[in-house]
Design a protein around this ligand. Structure first.
Ligand code: CO8
Length: 257
């Protein structure tokens, strides 16, 4: 498939990388770019050679938010019916996605990073939800995911106090996994994705799913959900291989089945 606003590559074994490529608009998000991002990630998700994805932008901007120039004339019905506002396709991916964020991650850009499973940031990354400044509010999870990640006090300040979180602050607040210098953050994100891709994929998939359920379920239901998934891992070939390899003191050869 040919894309116009993103680039795709496989920079390491098992790793699929999607790079936003609208530099003139600081990777502002519209229907075309989000559609292409979702399609490319879904295609890696279906690809048996891929075990983990990386979503990145440029050093200057992961994404500076939804495209304000295109939203300017939009009606509520336009927003409701436009594919651009349905980001469930990103949350529905079975394989983990690591956001490699540098520069601006604002509005929908911050929300897209938070929809990923881990965030690796460069020291120059800035996370913010400035929608109130253009007379709207976050609409793709900002009030919910940022609040869960960093707590009410910081979330209020970000959304109502025009405060952007630096990479260091975002890491301290629990929004970001790791911060690296500008010249190495992407390589580090790819290396992390490579490590995840080398793990037995049925377990990886079930773990991702169960952790995401922890955001939504009460503890007793979450524990029950986890236990059922745990039992399911005992049906995999990789469970037999992993335990045999441990006992025989040799590296496991995963079949991802
Ligand atoms: N939309 C459209 N164009 C943009 C955007 C954007 N969000 N951000 C930057 N651009 C454009 C600029 O207009 C400029 O274009 P041009 O060269 O043609 O004038 C170019 O990118 C470079 O930008 P700047 O010259 O402004 O660069 P600076 O380095 O001076 O500033 C900033 C960088 C601070 C990032 C600044 O561009 C800015 O404030 N951008 C807007 C940030 C913003 O408000 N984001 C939130 C948008 S609203 C949103 O994301 C809602 C999401 C809802 C999702 C809903 C799903 C249900």
């Amino acid at each position: 498939m040919t894309y116009e606003t993103i680039l795709t590559e496989t920079p390491a074994p098992g790793v699929g990388l999607v790079r936003l490529n609208r530099p003139a608009a600081l990777n502002a998000l519209n229907a075309q770019i989000t559609g292409e991002i979702f399609s490319a990630l879904e295609s890696f998700d279906r690809d048996e050679t891929i075990g983990c994805m990386v979503l990145t932008g440029s050093d200057k901007a992961f994404a500076a938010g939804a495209d304000i120039k295109q939203m300017r004339e939009a009606s509520p019905v336009d927003m409701l019916t436009d594919d651009f506002t349905d980001w469930r396709r990103l949350s529905a991916l079975a394989k983990p996605v690591i956001a490699a964020v540098s520069g601006w991650a604002l509005g929908g850009g911050c929300e897209m990073a938070m929809m990923c499973d881990m965030i690796v940031a460069s020291e120059s990354a800035k996370f913010g939800q400035p929608e109130v400044g253009i007379g709207i509010m976050p609409g793709a999870g900002g009030t919910q995911r940022l609040t869960r990640a960093v707590g009410k006090a910081v979330a209020m300040e970000v959304m109502l106090g025009s405060r952007n979180l630096t990479a260091e602050e975002a890491e301290a607040a629990g929004l970001v996994n790791r911060v690296y210098p500008l010249d190495s953050y992407l390589a580090e994100a790819v290396a992390l994705a490579g490590k995840v891709a080398a793990l037995p994929r049925v377990s990886v998939r079930l773990i991702k799913d169960a952790i995401n359920k922890a955001e939504e379920l009460p503890l007793s239901a979450g524990l029950e959900y986890e236990k059922k998934s745990f039992f399911l891992t005992f049906a995999t070939e990789d469970k037999h291989e992993g335990m045999a390899a441990f006992v025989e003191e040799r590296p496991a050869q995963w079949k991802h089945r």
